[in-house]
Design a protein around this ligand. Structure first.
Ligand SMILES: [Zn+2]
Length: 410
């Protein structure tokens, strides 16, 4: 008889296959599935169908979004061609311009940018900017940079960057925002040195385009058997960034979500259950999250526990469980549940995930990730290296067991 884990392994292969089949040209083992892509819609349809097969009620919340395509981009200065990267959702661009270099917000205020290519380097480009008016977190320093660029009207903006603080991109785009209308791109210091070695005006060509698309936020629900004592929400984002097959980030989390759904399909306890494959965590547009909040945000107070799974299951790691807004009595209970599983442990709090949406509202939450999140997973996430061979499927089955145990014991 196959073990439950083997059964789950088969389903894992099924979802990866479903996602992978949609990959352009089949180059990636999984296939990237950013918001608005056909792979993304197929993955959402697959998850809805799986939930219905298990007997859950499924709601599908449609949204409009933007898909992005890019091709080779470059700077040409005096016949010397240097590769650059078009920024996500940048308008296309191909012009010969003068260029200026800006390293701080103060300097940006004093620099004539109109009609020029502006290089942002150093202090001003030290961290990726949140998308304009990002609903969950938007620092004033970022707002000021957007406002100044808007006012100064550069022809294009090129950021000189290095290693991204929270994923494997190197260099990284400073702007990742479908609403940012100034053509933008990025390059690393080595490429910048080549540009600086040239003389005269700069031709910048950015091959990039945005296409209006649609997507779907699937919400999977099961009502409490008797009078409800509140809601338990379990979630894992199903979308990827561009340019990655997204195995650890976060097909593995979706597999844990599916595993928990399978284990809880006959749940007859006192809580309403909700399973949410959030669609937009790796997009600045967070469309699925917004659609969810539009429809179910008013039920926030009813949530007794939220559980996020993101970047769990890395080979050579354990599953790290961090807790937020949890009462003391629940802490002890959680430690007891963790102790039942050899490869699950307590981990530090982190904020770069969908649990933050709930944590900031005071909802008790847990987040499951890999114990090597910072030094391991983040080094490859959002890159082509985030492939299935990085995933330890045994950890995923254990995590699903753990979640089912929590829900049944609450
Ligand atoms: Zn993620």
């Amino acid at each position: 008889m196959p073990s439950p884990f083997q059964l789950r392994g088969a389903a894992f292969v099924a979802i990866l296959f479903a996602m992978g089949r949609m990959a352009s040209g089949g180059f990636f083992e999984f296939g990237e599935r950013p918001l608005g892509s056909e792979a993304n819609r197929q993955a959402a349809a697959f998850l809805g169908a799986e939930a219905e097969r298990m007997g859950y009620e499924v709601q599908r919340l449609p949204f409009k979004c933007t898909r992005w395509e890019r091709g080779p981009s470059f700077i040409d200065r005096g016949g010397e061609r240097v590769e650059v990267f078009a920024g996500p959702f940048s308008p296309a661009f191909d012009k010969l311009c003068d260029a200026v270099m800006v390293t701080s917000t103060q300097q940006l205020k004093r620099t004539k940018c109109e009609g020029n290519i502006v290089f942002l380097r150093g202090e001003i480009a030290k961290e990726p900017l949140m998308p304009l008016d990002f609903p969950f977190y938007f620092p004033d320093a970022h707002r000021e940079i957007y406002a100044l660029l808007d006012e100064r009207e550069p022809a294009a903006v090129l950021a000189v960057t290095g290693k991204h603080p929270a994923c494997g991109l190197n260099p990284y785009p400073l702007f990742d925002d479908a609403n940012f209308k100034i053509p933008s791109g990025y390059l690393d210091e080595a490429a910048m040195a080549k540009v600086l070695a040239g003389k005269g005006k700069i031709r910048l060509k950015l091959d990039s385009k945005s296409i209006p698309e649609t997507g779907e936020q699937v919400v999977i629900r099961k009502k409490a058997a008797e009078e409800s004592k509140g809601k338990i929400v379990i979630f894992a984002h199903m979308d990827t960034a561009y340019g990655t097959p997204g195995a650890l980030d976060n097909a593995a989390g979706v597999e844990v979500l599916l595993g928990a759904m399978e284990r809880l399909k006959d749940y007859a306890g006192p809580y309403d259950l909700e399973f949410v494959p959030f669609n937009g965590e790796d997009s600045g547009m967070v469309k699925g999250q917004m659609a969810y909040l539009d429809r179910f945000g008013k039920e926030m107070d009813a949530i007794r526990l939220g559980i996020n799974i993101d970047a769990a299951g890395a080979k050579g790691s354990k599953t790290a469980v961090s807790a937020y807004n949890l009462e003391d009595a629940r802490q002890a209970w959680l430690n007891g549940e963790i102790a039942k599983h050899p490869r699950i442990e307590r981990g530090p709090e982190w904020v770069e995930g969908d649990h933050s949406i709930f944590v900031f509202q005071g909802v008790p939450c847990l987040a499951l990730t890999s114990s090597n999140l910072r030094e391991g997973v983040m080094a490859i996430s959002h890159t082509p290296q985030d492939t299935i061979d990085q995933v330890d499927q045994g950890l995923l089955g254990e995590a699903a067991d753990f979640i089912a145990g929590l829900v049944n014991g609450l």
